[in-house]
Design a protein around this ligand. Structure first.
Ligand SMILES: *Cc1c(COP(=O)(O)O)cnc(C)c1O
Length: 427
């Protein structure tokens, strides 16, 4: 069966795409979770927890061995000395998010970094007190924002602007975001959006939003938890003031692994910017004198507080080496085709059966498709899980499916479709 997308609804067609896939070899570089019989699950949950690169274990053992062998001397004499360890990750991470090295640091975890960034970029003053977020922002982000508002002695009722989709629509329209920013005008202190949105999978044009926020004199930041390693972010060119993200989703660095932050180069040498400070943000030449006043490292490294957890950094570095081999442009190209194939197959089930929550324009989404299945409840999702699929259920009625270009195959996508189709037929 041919369609105008060029895709075909056929397992041998899917296998043909896999054979032609220049990234097909990377699947074998990851551990795929298996059922009790040793059969791999169809893992479509890299948006929640990415899979483990096989190389990570040995790299972790290397650091344990160096600690065993060297004790404190490992800071200088480990194979990968711990003192400058975070710097080994910076350039690769900067490539993943389209930033300059001075703009990127791997540190802390996402929500912690979000707070640190708001300390610097949410400074309510006079009538400029408002933060704009999505009405369906990730709960942790909303808690962080609301607590920052209260921290300044203010109240959410007065300070929070929540962007909602129009009645009958699920995704936000770019024009509506811009007009809301303009309407908020000089009351707007900060625009903070998830990019890509964790629930709908919608990707926002960061450059347009940043320009609009700056035109009103506001700062703008993005939570790229679902963007990093998924889409080409180009944070520097987008011009936002800051961004934060985690590394356990598309970046495959393991549960609760250390996060990262971006602060635009324009703030790199600003001595007046308020910030919570600690010794790891201090000038590396004089850090161990521990006497002088705080002398910030130029760039986002100044926001570092503590000496970083090496055992957590290892897995980030291990994963970034694979991203370096492939490059985001190549990864994104496959991602668009793979997700497009999933969309095509789901559409063959009929619009009255499967409704797309995620935008249909590939430029407005990443790998993830959020779908509403007719009359679906949790039991439908559980049956799909029992049939060997690992995806994600969000109350009240959304299934999130994220084929990741690095280790998912076209056959994975096809088999998921088959299982969904069969499960629906059995109802
Ligand atoms: C995954 C995710 C988080 C998780 O925050 P942690 O601090 O890493 O636990 C926060 N915000 C968004 C948008 C996310 O997708």
């Amino acid at each position: 069966m041919m369609s105008d997308t060029g895709y075909e609804n056929d397992i041998s067609y899917a296998r043909g795409l896999d054979e032609a896939d220049e990234l097909r070899g990377y699947r074998d570089r990851f551990h795929l979770p298996e059922d009790e019989q040793g059969k791999p699950y169809i893992y479509l949950c890299g948006n929640s927890l990415g899979l483990q690169p096989k190389a990570t274990k040995d790299k972790l053992l290397q650091e344990l061995a160096d600690w065993q062998r060297l004790g404190v001397e490992g800071h200088f004499h480990a194979k990968n000395p711990w003192l400058p360890y975070h710097e080994f990750l910076t350039e690769s991470m900067a490539r993943v998010v389209g930033a300059k090295p001075i703009e990127v640091v791997v540190m802390n975890t996402l929500t912690v970094n979000l707070h640190l960034m708001m300390v610097s970029f949410y400074r309510p003053q006079g009538k400029r007190v408002k933060i704009m977020i999505e009405a369906d922002a990730f709960p942790s982000d909303k808690y962080a924002v609301e607590s920052q508002i209260r921290f300044h002695g203010l109240q959410s009722e007065d300070c929070l602007i929540e962007l909602s989709a129009r009645a009958g629509e699920v995704c936000l329209r770019a024009d509506d975001i811009i007009s809301q920013i303009e309407a908020a005008g000089d009351e707007l202190a900060l625009v903070l959006l998830g990019n890509t949105n964790y629930y709908t999978g919608q990707y926002f044009d960061m450059q347009q939003i940043s320009a609009a926020a700056h035109a009103q004199g506001a700062f703008v930041g993005f939570d790229c938890a679902h963007g990093a390693g998924n889409v080409e972010l180009n944070l520097h060119d987008a011009g936002c003031d800051f961004a934060v993200w985690c590394t356990y989703k598309y970046l495959n660095a393991g549960p609760g692994s250390i996060g990262a932050a971006f602060v635009h180069e324009r703030h790199a040498h600003d001595q007046s910017i308020p910030r919570f400070e600690g010794w790891w943000g201090h000038n590396k030449e004089t850090r161990f004198k521990m006497r002088d006043g705080f002398d910030p490292i130029p760039g986002v490294e100044a926001w570092q507080l503590s000496n970083p957890p090496i055992l957590s950094m290892v897995s980030v570095w291990s994963s970034l080496q694979i991203f370096d081999e492939i490059g985001m442009a190549v990864l994104r190209k496959k991602s668009i085709q793979l997700t497009g194939y999933l969309e095509y197959l789901l559409n063959t089930l009929g619009e009255n059966i499967v409704k797309m929550v995620t935008p249909v324009d590939p430029n407005k989404r990443g790998s993830q498709l959020s779908i509403q299945v007719k009359d679906a409840d949790r039991s439908l999702f559980d049956r799909i899980t029992d049939a060997g699929v690992i995806a994600d259920w969000r109350e009240p009625d959304v299934i999130r499916v994220a084929p990741t270009a690095m280790y998912n195959s076209y056959e994975d996508v096809y088999r998921f479709y088959e299982i969904l189709k069969k499960t629906l037929a059995d109802v």
